[in-house]
Structures are given as C-alpha cells and as structure tokens.
Design a protein around this ligand. Sequence first.
Ligand code: ADP
Ligand code: MG
Ligand code: ZN
Length: 627
Amino acid sequence: MTQIDNNKAAPPPRPQHWMDIFVVGLLLFTLFSFFDYGDKGAEEIAYSEFKQMLRDNRIQNVLIRGDEISGSYRIQRDEFTEFTTTFPPMDDYDLFPLLEENDIEVRVSSTDQSIWTMLFINFLPWLLIIGIFMLTSRMIRSGGKGFADGGIFAFTKSKARLSKEGDIKVGYGDIAGLTHAKEDLGEVIDFLRNPEKYRAIGAKIPKGILLVGPPGTGKTLLARATAAEAGVPFFSITGSEFVEMFVGVGASRVRDMYKEARKVAPALIFIDEIDSVGRARSSINGVGNDEREQTLNQILAEMDGFSGDEAVVVIAATNRPDILDSALTRPGRFDRKVVLDLPQRQARLDILKVHSRNVAMDGNLDLDTIAASTAGFSGADLANLINEAALLAARDGKTLVDNSYLESARDKIVMGEKRESMLNEEERRRAAYHEAGHALTAYHMPHADLLRKVSIIPRGLALGFTEQTPAEDKLAFGQHYLEDRIAIMLGGRCAEQLVFNEVSSGAANDLQQATLLAKHMVTEWGMSKQLGPLSFHGSEESFPGQEFLVRKDYSEHTAELIDEEVSKLVTENEQRASTMLKEHHAELEILAAALLEKETLSDKDILELLSASNIPKKSETAIGLLN
Ligand code: ADP
Ligand code: MG
Ligand code: ZN
C-alpha cells in the first residue's frame, strides 16, 4: 500500500496574551478558593477524646472560634500535632475550670468572619460567572488565537493539518488511471512550482478547483499527490469537521487556514468533503444551519479576497456536486471542475498493480482477470481487495498471495463473507436448481453476458449466486440485452417451478431486480411501444432524514399504462426463460447435479459439462450478479 499519512500539526507557536493568562488565572483562583476552607491537615478528634487528653495533660494550647476548638496536643515527649474538635451545643461547665487547672494557653477568636472574607464569599459566584463569560467570549471572538496555541483552549484554531514539503510521500506515480485529472492538475502544479512565469505574462491561474467523483476514486489521494508533485506545503481540512461546532468557530478556522497558507505561499489548501458545508443554502429543510452557512460564507469571502498574484490554490473535493451551493462554483471561486470517474478495466488493472507493489505476490498472478471482474469497483475498493487477499493468505499461513486469494477477496467484497451455516439437503437442492436455472438462461440467451461462475455456497444473505462478466465496461444497454437480463433474473425461479412444481420465497430479490429493471425500461428509457419515447421519471426531492420522495408528474391513465407495460415486460420474459429451460431440461439436470457435488462451477466447468463447442456470441456490459 502506498497510503502514507504523516501529517504533522506544525503551526508555529504564538506568544501568549496577558489577558488570557489573567482570565484563566482568575477562573482557577475562584475555583480553588471553593475548596480552601477549614484547617487542612488538622486531625479531627472527638470532643470526649479532647476532654480526656485535657485531663491527661496532653493539650498544649487551644483556640476557640465559635463552636470550633482547635489547637495542638502531645503525642510523645516533645512531639505535638494539630487537632480540631467541635464544642457541643449545650454548655460544658467543666471545660473552663479544666483548662485553667491545667494551665493551658487559651485564645478566643470572634466568630464573625472578616469583612474581606464576607466580601469574597459574596462575590465568589459572580467572579466565577464573569470569568467563564470572558473566557468563552474571547474564544469565540478571537478564534482561540489569544490562547496558548495547542493548549486546551485552542479548539477554535484552524485544525488544518499542514504537511510540509517532502512530508507527503505519495506522488503521481502512485496514482493509476485518472489520466485526465492528472493532466488537468498539471497546470496547477506548474503554477505552484513557478508562479513567476505565470505572473510575468499576466495569466490568471484558477484559484479554486473542484474534484468531483464517487467515493474512493482517489480525490484525497490526488490532492495530496498534487501538493507533493509541486513541492509546496499542503493544508488539508475536512468539511465535516466544521459542522456541529459553536457558531463562528468554523469561519474562524477557515480564516486562520487561509492566513497560514498565504504566509507560506506558494501553497495548496485542500477542503475535503466540501458538500458538508457547501450545501445549497435555501434547501427544503428550511432551518438553515448557521454554522455551516457562516463557514461557507467565510470560504467564499476568502476566495474573493485572493488577489490574482497570490500563489495559493484551493482544491475542494466532493462526491455530491449536485447539492453544492451555486455560489461556490461561480467564476473566481471553484470554477474549474475535475471529474474523477470510476476506473475502467485498464485503469483497474493499473491500480491493482500499484497496490500489489508492496505485497508479496505469486509470480504468475492473473491481475487482468481480476480487473475484468471488478467493474464498478473504485480505487479504494481495489486497494481493499489486494489487502483483503493478503489478509486471507496470511491467515492460511501462506507467504505469497496467489490468484485464488484474489478471487476469494473479490467474492468477499462483492457478496459478503461466506456463511458457515449449512443448508439442509432440501434447501441445497432448491438452491442448485435455482442457480442452474440462472446459469442456463444466461448461457442460452443470445444477448447475455458471459457466464463466469455459479455457486451454491451461501454468502451474506444469498443462498448462492450466478455471476456473469462482461469483457468490457459498458455505459449503455441495448433493449435486447435488457430483455434477456430480465429473463435470466427470472430463470432461477422458472427452474424451481419446472423441477419442484412450485416456487419458493428465495427468489424475492430476483423479482425485485427484474421489476425495477422493467420499470426503468418503460419509464426512463422509452422501451415500451405503448408509451413511446417519453420519460416518466418522477422528480426526486431529498429531505433530510428521509431518503427520496418521488413525485409523479403524469396522469393516472399513464400510471395505469406504465403498470401494464412493466407487468407485460416481466411476464413475457419469464415465459421466454421458462420455455428455454423446458427445452434444455437435460442440461439443467446436469448443471444442478454438478453444483450439488462441487458447489462452485467456473466458466470452464460449465462449458465442459454442457460440452459446448459453439459458445453463443454475447454482448458485454457491467457485472451481472444474481442470487
Ligand atoms: P476519495 O477521497 O475519492 O474518497 P481516496 O483518495 O480517499 O478517495 O482514496 C482511497 C484510497 O483508494 C487511496 O488511499 C488509494 O489507496 C486508493 N486509490 C483510489 N484511487 C486510486 C488510484 N487511481 N490509484 C491508486 N490508488 C487509488
Ligand atoms: Mg476523500
Ligand atoms: Zn436467483
């Protein structure tokens, strides 16, 4: 793994401010003075004990203050210790004669406290309140800068972590794929390396760049590597750190970070997850989050305050560009957008290679197959896959990671951990026919993806799975392909119906997927003759807390038609699957039997079993996985 995290908190220490020391001192003083009553260290003894010691002539002297008697008594020959005791509420007429008899030094002090003590006690709560008030107001106003940096009160200080030149050990060499993004940022690197060149010619470099891409596509990685490539200090802060703080703290952190960056310019500021502060302000939730808004405003103000020749570039990252406030993306702010896509096959292969550099890998590793079977994986997923494989291999006491571990790691990530619980014989038989049904329809449907693997090993919630892989990632699907896909989804259930003469509840997920796909085809992709090339995609609105609310904006009549068309699409294709399975019933039996015996069949196994010489030509799309 090439992930190196050696951020150092390195803001230079600032001189302390006398005011703060005063306030903190006042606070501590008042606090401690609460506990400062009574004679410390004096032994509290019973009144009777005191009287007894008096008779034994062990008391040296006595101070009477109200009903409290203190003084010292002898332990040994010349050793004395302090004591206190309490005078009983009724009068003790023996005491004074006894004291006089023994010739003891007696002092009496008035019960009334001194005027100063009185004053102090009365004002104590006020002092405390004033102290706390001054402390908090100072913290908010000054952004904590008045307090000793790094001290416990410095919580409003910019939490931006600064990585100095050379600290970041990740460069563009550690980033696979993302060629366009790297090219786009190349200009920024050149500018940061050599701002004079750009200034001389009067060129304006974008101040703000927005990295947009799904989670795990390497946005954070790319920002860090950019700073490293340019060899400039890197300040990074995460948007979510701002939320749920006191009002004003986020804004002062932003101000602080920009100031620090200007001081050491050329520098790069990175605001990760900017969507958590940069959400569109007048959203439906109504109640504006003040803190977020102030932070956002501060970011905008700082960006506007940049003069053209400051060599500070700000990169922000988000995976929700759709919810960003439009003020953020106006010219002069984050006006340059760099999109990071999920990696395509070649990029996936490269990422796998990058991450397997530091892992002990078997010599004849087939990373290409893994790359082919991981469509939809992000860079982070792929890094995780390599690590997962290494963990599995280490668990087995192996010294090298080989293909089988990569394969298991992938299955684990896609389908969840293998389930230990055993299926009973009846369930296994059902699962075998169900998966064989999927597999066989996938095998025979003319437009389906290539079969890759069939298994009846339960994983996660599934009792088994059938997997198909495309040879390439595709972004658009043809209608025939989609229809075949519905047939394959229902193939499992059809096989159960054919063999057991009934269906089971195990196909719920298949039905859900098939229905959803049919709905998309009808309402969004214009694949129904009845409805024609119209989009009936309801408008989606998001509410905090709730997921999405889809609002229909078509008539009841259309809604009925949609339902009809969806239902027709699903049932027709179920019919196709059913007919096909009846036709190839013998093959279904062969596959199911083999599954019961071996539990998992690879693409080669299947071809062998069906002794197929003519593999139907298949179309290619994203991973197909059924269970
Ligand atoms: P994001 O910020 O987009 O969510 P990260 O930058 O945090 O993603 O990526 C997480 C991890 O995934 C990185 O630390 C790196 O190990 C791996 N990764 C992601 N994309 C790539 C890539 N293109 N090349 C190499 N590793 C990558
Ligand atoms: Mg990130
Ligand atoms: Zn199924």
